[in-house]
Design a protein around this ligand. Structure first.
Ligand code: MG
Length: 330
């Protein structure tokens, strides 16, 4: 039996470590990744990789996924009113250019500094209908932990946290789905496919009631169920579900990686890295779900030791998870 505090730690550290290992091969193809790195150990043993032909990416660093997840955790701890503008302020204050933010989010966080009152308008600064990238979903794990006993609250809070930078309905659906997956993983002792897929379908019905198209996600859920029934590999399913930066590709793909490897944190996250595409985000979301289910002891020490951060260290993240646990254990 995994205790709740270990699940909180497993979720935040699992998300961080998934981001760290996925960042090494972000935007690469599965063919390139498996040719360059025979195993996860080989990937972790590498010092640095070329980054977009300009400079080197130091293996052991995390990206925007972790940076923004930590902001969401602090927001939950420090702002009882759960004000979206406070969250955007927190994102803006902790923004660091080296974390590979998407261009839309980067623009919003920079604009916020000079125009904090216009936070509502900023969400459509780059895309008139709002972004449907996975940037809203990749950071919601702390919300799933905090409100795990109330899936409606999980979905609503995830949507509120998402729309400050990603206001398209598809981004909101993805954020709600990922936060619910974390909440469910935190609360169960045995994994069943229906236990994950059915509540997400019910959540999507509410979007349908608002006349919003949910077919991208409902189709993905059908494919997840069919693929698991046939025991399709994550790599085979990646051609159907997609590994792109869109919320409707990355979020279902992360859920598949977890459900296909429900017995092993290592196998789930490794699968998420070797399918290529938006690997840092997909592996981070997979790691958050798997860590919430298995607890922090499922994460290999050798992986955690590979993290190379000065401020937001493994100890810092573990500590933040403990604070969340203290605040939201009841
Ligand atoms: Mg990233």
């Amino acid at each position: 039996m995994v205790d709740l505090q270990s699940r909180f730690r497993g979720c935040l550290l699992g998300g961080m470590i998934g981001d760290v290992v996925g960042a090494v091969v972000e935007a690469e193809t599965p063919e390139y990744i498996s040719k360059r790195f025979a195993t996860m150990e080989a990937l972790l043993a590498t010092d640095s990789v070329e980054e977009f032909a300009t400079s080197a990416w130091k293996v052991g660093r995390f990206t925007d996924d972790t940076q923004m997840s930590l902001s969401v955790a602090r927001w939950l701890l420090e702002d009882p009113s759960r004000s979206p503008s406070q969250l955007l302020g927190e994102f803006s204050r902790s923004y660091e250019p080296c974390r590979r933010y998407g261009p839309g989010t980067e623009m919003i966080l920079k604009l916020y500094r000079d125009h904090p009152q216009q936070w509502r308008e900023l969400a459509t600064a780059m895309f008139p209908h709002g972004s449907y990238g996975n940037g809203g979903a990749m950071r919601v794990a702390p919300i799933g932990l905090a409100f795990r006993g109330d899936l409606k609250k999980v979905a609503e809070t995830a949507k509120d946290s998402c729309r400050v930078t990603h206001s398209h309905p598809l981004a909101l659906q993805g954020a709600a789905m990922q936060a619910m997956a974390v909440a469910i993983a935190t609360s169960i002792t045995e994994v069943s496919v229906g236990g994950f897929v059915d509540p997400v379908r019910r959540m999507l019905n509410e979007f349908e009631d608002l006349l919003q198209d949910t077919s991208k996600f409902t189709t993905a859920l059908d494919r997840i169920e069919a693929g698991l029934g046939l025991r399709e590999t994550c790599l085979a399913m990646s051609t159907l579900l997609g590994t792109g930066i869109e919320a409707f590709e990355a979020v279902p793909m992360a859920m598949y990686c977890f459900l296909r490897h429900p017995d092993s944190f290592v196998d789930a996250v490794t699968a998420a890295v070797f399918i290529g595409g938006d690997t840092d985000t997909i592996a981070s979301m997979t790691g958050a779900i798997a860590g919430a289910f298995h607890g922090c002891r499922s994460i290999p020490t050798a992986w955690l030791q590979r993290v190379q951060e000065e401020t937001y260290t493994v100890d810092y993240v573990g500590n933040l998870a403990d604070q969340l646990f203290e605040a939201f254990a009841e």
